[in-house]
Write a protein that binds this ligand. Structure first.
Ligand code: C2O
Length: 547
C-alpha cells in the first residue's frame, strides 16, 4: 500500500562542530567525516533502506549527513573518508564515462556548495578518491579540506561531486547541511535561534521498492547507447531530513527554517496549505538587506531559502507545507497527491510570548552595479543534437568539460554575465566561488531565433550573432526575495538572464587571492545537469581561474 503521510517526527540531524573553545577562544578542530554503507529508515512502515551516508562513525551516519556548524573566522578542516564497499547500491552506467578507478571501489569527492575557499578544497569532479584513498583522480591533491569561513554568515550544503557519479552518489544519500554563523552581526537581528527554533530542512524526492531499497529507473532513454542512463530523476516520496512527509509539533511563535533543495532534478514551489507567510531573510548563502514576505518560494535543485515562519498567525491547528511545481519544471506534469505535500506542522493551541522579533533591516552588503562592471561575458547554453547519441548534448559556451580555462576574472571586480539559455529547460546555474546578483531576465524574440541559434552553434559568438537584435522580448522582474547575493539561479528557457558576478568576499576587506595557475581551478555548471552525471558527456563546464 501507499505510505501514510505525516507519521514520522521530523528529525534534527546530528550537529558536528568544527571548533572548540580554548580559554574562551574558538579554535578549529580537525573533523573526520566518513561515508558509510548503512541502512536508514525513511518511513516507519518502510523496511530499512540501504544507503550511503555521511557520519562521524558508521553507527551515527545519517541521511542527510550531520549538520556542520562553523563560525566566522574560524577555519573548518575536514578529512572526508570513503569507507564505501566495492560496488554501488544503485545501477551505474559506464557508458557516461564516470570516474573509473583501475582497482575498483566507488569514487567520491565532497564539494561544499556556496563555500569560498581554495581550489584544492573545492571538490573538483576529478579530485575523487576511493576507499582508504587507495586510488585518487587526476586532480586530487590532499586528504584534508580547508574551509576558511571568512565569508558572510549563511547556509551552505555539502554533497558528492564525483565525475559521472554525482547522480547516483546523491541519490544514495551523500548530502548534508553546513551552517556558518557570525554572532557579532547576527545576534542583534534577534532571529529565532537554538535547536528548537532554528532548523535546517533538507528536502529531496525518492522512490522506494517494497523491500525499502531506493528505486531508480535503470532503463536508459536510449538503451542501445546508454543501457541505464536516465538523465532526470523524480521520486514520488518527498523526504525532509531523512523522513518521508514528516511532521513537527510547533509552538505558536516564530521559527527559522533553512530550506535546502537537495533533489537531483525536482523544483519545489513551496506554500502553506493554510495561507501562512514565509518571511524570507536569506537566499543561498547570504542574508537579504531586509526581510521579504511572500506566500510562495520557488527553489530549483541546490537553491537555499532561509525563512522565518510565524506560527502564531496560523489560522488552523495544522499547516501543511505543500508544493505545486510541475516536474520537470516548467513544462512537465503537475504534482500529484504525493509530490504535492512536503511535511505537516501541528500548531499548539496556546498562545505564548515570542522572544524573537522580526527586524526591519537585516544585513546590508555592498551592492553591485552594472555601471561599475569591468567587463561583459556572454555565457550560452544550447543543445547540440548528435545523430548517434541521445538525449541531446547541452553545452555551456559550446565547450566540453576538458576544454582549457576560458574565464579568468580578477578578484574584487564585478562582471556582467549575460546567460543565454537557448534550450527548452530551466537550468539552475551554479557558480563556484562567485556570488552574484540577478538583474533581470529578457525573453528572446521568436522571430529570427532559429537563425540566431544556428549562428551560435557555428561560432558561439553572441555579439557576432547579434544578440542585441534578439534580446528584446518581455522582461521578467526578479522576485523581491531573490534580489540578494546568490550562488545559484534559475535560467529561464528562451531568455537572457543578466547577472552581476563577483569573485571575492562581499563583506570583508580581505580579497581572494592565490596563484592563478593553481590547479584545479573552479567550475560553474547547471546543477540539474551536474546531477545527471553529464559533466563529461552532455554539459560543458568551463573552469574558472582567478587572475
Ligand atoms: Cu552544488 Cu558544483 O555543485
Amino acid at each position: 500500500g501507499k505510505l501514510k503521510m505525516f507519521v514520522d517526527e521530523l528529525p534534527d540531524m546530528p550537529r558536528v562542530h568544527g571548533f572548540r573553545s580554548v580559554h574562551g577562544v574558538l579554535k578549529p578542530i580537525s573533523l573526520q567525516i566518513g561515508m558509510f554503507y548503512t541502512k536508514w529508515k525513511f518511513h516507519k512502515d518502510l523496511p530499512p533502506t540501504p544507503v550511503f551516508a555521511y557520519g562521524t562513525s558508521r553507527r551515527s551516519a545519517t541521511v542527510p549527513g550531520p549538520t556542520i556548524e562553523a563560525v566566522y573566522g574560524v577555519d573548518t578542516y575536514v578529512t572526508w573518508r570513503n569507507h564505501l564497499p566495492s560496488s554501488h547500491i544503485l545501477p551505474l552506467d559506464l557508458t557516461i564515462s564516470p570516474a573509473a578507478p583501475k582497482h575498483g571501489g566507488i569514487p567520491t569527492v565532497v564539494h561544499l556548495h556556496g563555500g569560498i575557499h581554495e581550489p584544492s578544497s573545492d571538490g573538483n569532479a576529478d579530485a575523487w578518491f576511493t576507499s582508504g584513498f587507495k586510488e585518487t583522480g587526476p586532480k586530487w591533491t590532499k586528504t584534508t579540506m580547508h574551509y576558511e569561513n571568512m565569508q558572510q554568515p549563511g547556509n551552505m550544503w555539502y554533497h558528492d561531486h564525483a565525475m559521472g557519479l554525482t547522480r547516483v552518489n546523491l541519490l544514495a544519500g551523500l548530502v548534508g547541511a553546513y551552517i556558518l554563523r557570525h554572532d557579532t552581526v547576527e545576534a542583534p537581528l534577534r532571529l529565532p535561534t537554538g535547536k528548537e527554533f532554528d532548523r535546517p530542512l533538507v528536502v529531496f524526492d525518492r522512490s522506494f521498492r517494497k523491500d525499502g531499497s531506493i528505486y531508480m529507473n535503470a532503463t536508459g532513454n536510449n538503451p542501445s547507447i546508454h543501457p541505464q542512463w536516465q538523465p532526470e530523476y523524480f521520486g514520488d516520496a518527498i523526504i525532509v531530513n531523512g523522513k518521508a512527509w514528516p511532521r513537527l509539533s510547533v509552538r505558536r511563535r516564530r521559527y527559522r527554517l533553512r530550506i535546502i533543495n537537495a533533489s537531483n532534478a525536482r523544483f519545489f514551489r513551496f506554500f502553506f496549505s493554510n495561507g501562512l507567510d514565509f518571511v524570507v531573510v536569506g537566499s543561498d548563502s547570504a542574508y537579504l538587506s531586509k526581510p521579504v514576505t511572500t506566500k510562495s518560494v520557488l527553489l530549483s535543485p541546490s537553491e537555499i531559502v532561509d525563512v522565518v515562519v510565524d506560527f502564531s498567525e496560523s489560522p488552523s491547528r495544522t499547516a501543511v507545507l505543500a508544493n505545486d511545481a510541475p516536474y520537470p519544471y516548467p513544462g512537465g506534469d503537475p504534482v500529484n497527491e504525493e509530490s504535492g505535500k512536503v511535511m505537516k506542522f501541528i500548531v499548539n493551541d496556546e498562545y505564548e510570548d515570542d522572544t524573537w522579533t522580526m527586524p526591519e533591516k537585516l544585513i546590508n552588503y555592498p551592492s553591485a552595479d552594472v555601471s561599475n562592471a569591468v567587463l561583459t561575458r556572454y555565457i550560452s547554453m544550447y543543445e547540440y543534437v548528435s545523430d548517434t547519441d541521445e538525449p541531446t548534448h547541452l553545452y555551456v559556451n559550446g565547450l566540453p568539460y576538458d576544454a582549457p580555462v576560458t574565464e579568468t576574472p580578477i578578484s574584487g571586480t564585478t562582471e556582467v554575465w549575460e546567460v543565454i539559455n537557448l534550450t527548452e529547460d530551466n537550468h539552475p546555474l551554479h557558480i563556484h566561488l562567485g556570488l552574484f546578483k540577478v538583474v533581470e531576465q529578457t525573453a528572446l524574440l521568436a522571430a529570427g531565433l532559429e537563425e540566431f541559434k544556428g549562428c551560435m552553434t557555428r561560432c558561439n559568438d553572441a555579439v557576432k550573432c547579434q544578440i542585441s537584435k534578439y534580446a528584446r522580448g518581455k522582461k521578467t522582474a526578479v522576485t523581491a526575495h531573490e534580489r540578494g547575493w546568490k550562488n545559484v539561479f534559475k535560467m529561464m528557457p528562451g531568455h537572457v538572464t543578466r547577472i552581476l558576478v563577483r569573485f571575492s568576499y562581499i563583506h570583508s576587506n580581505a580579497s581572494y587571492t592565490f596563484d592563478p595557475t593553481q590547479e584545479p581551478g573552479y567550475v560553474y555548471h547547471c546543477h540539474v545537469s551536474m546531477s545527471f552525471d553529464v559533466l563529461k558527456l552532455v554539459v560543458g563546464i568551463t573552469k574558472l581561474v582567478l587572475n
